[in-house]
Design a protein around this ligand. Structure first.
Ligand code: NAP
Length: 283
């Protein structure tokens, strides 16, 4: 059990930020495959990150959820806690060093260690061409989508390596099949694949596995431009999905098998599996 769970509410509050926490007393599968493990999930107050956080907690993990906006953190944490899950929430804009530090400190202080990191936070502030993108937007997309997972992991590494942790980065089908209108976002999600491979090599000797989740098109706020009236879905997205043999779109609440993977089953299994060294790594 979390030290903080034993202590009750008091231990969860941090002087710098209000936490959304209710200690759960029932309904947690303490014997689940992730029992007594601690997972930090970024960008987890809605959409795919929220679904992953929920699934990890249902499998017994203690989960620290986070995102930029306090009201989103409060709402998401309250919802999961109502379900009896062991979840704490804290504000963390992954592009801000001080927020990342606070996330790490909070997880350590209250969970006693960290086993898993799932980097789901991602932005696409521009729908437009790559060469028409301002330097400011380039910086924002690369900062949040590519640099922040690496920087957060570097802060967590000393603690994760004690527990042979595992990492999942969230890329996109756009990494393999770039969409014209997504510009720099395509670039950032492709860079995440390279980051995954590089970190997997670097961290294999420490028994930390690094994998990448590549969602297709999932019906969330993030992809609403694809779903609204006159959206891009019919003309642009569906041909992409059929090219990569994903013949359907997903809803993060759907029960279908593939989509279950996106809800977190795949992530849970991936986080739990035995370490395997990437090809070419020798000890
Ligand atoms: P979503 O429903 O819009 O959720 C995004 C989450 O991230 C929210 O909790 C948001 O909360 C948080 N967030 C946004 N910017 C953040 C930042 N800078 N720092 C920390 N948290 C931040 O999006 P989604 O569809 O689940 O997408 C999640 C990930 O999946 C993204 O990396 C996206 O690229 C990837 N993806 C999505 C799809 C799709 O079709 N939906 C397909 C492929 C890949 P706040 O607003 O409170 O920060």
């Amino acid at each position: 059990m979390l030290p903080a769970v034993a202590r009750g509410h008091r231990g969860w509050f941090h002087p710098c930020a209000r936490l959304s926490v209710r200690m759960s007393s029932t309904g947690i599968d303490r014997k689940g495959i992730l029992a007594e493990r601690v997972a930090v999930v970024t960008g987890s107050t809605s959409g795919i990150g929220f679904a992953i956080a929920r699934r990890l907690a249902q499998d017994g993990a203690h989960v620290v959820i986070s995102s930029r906006k306090q009201q989103n953190v409060d709402r998401a944490a309250a919802q999961l806690q109502r379900e009896g899950l062991s979840v704490a929430g804290i504000v963390c804009h992954v592009g801000k060093a001080e927020d990342r530090e606070r996330l790490v400190a909070t997880a350590l202080e209250h969970c006693g260690g960290i086993d898993f990191l799932v980097c789901c936070a991602g932005v696409n502030p521009l729908v437009g061409s790559t060469l028409g993108t301002s330097e400011q937007i380039w910086d924002k997309i690369l900062n949040v989508n590519v640099k922040s997972p690496a920087l957060l992991l570097s802060q967590l590494l000393p603690y994760m390596e004690k527990r042979k942790g595992a990492v999942t980065l969230v890329s996109s089908v756009a990494a393999y099949f770039p969409r014209m209108e997504l510009g720099v976002y395509n670039v950032s999600k492709t860079a995440l694949l390279a980051l995954t491979r590089t970190l997997a090599l670097e961290l294999a000797p420490k028994d930390i596995r690094v994998n990448c989740l590549v969602p297709g098109v999932i019906k969330t706020d993030f992809s609403k431009v694809d779903w609204g009236a006159g959206g891009l879905c019919r003309n642009r997205v569906l041909p992409v999905l059929s090219r990569c043999q994903l013949h359907h779109r997903g809803e993060h609440r759907s029960g279908r098998l593939l989509l279950s993977a996106l809800r977190g089953v795949g992530v849970a299994v991936q986080l739990r599996s035995q370490a395997q060294e990437p090809e070419g790594v020798s000890r």
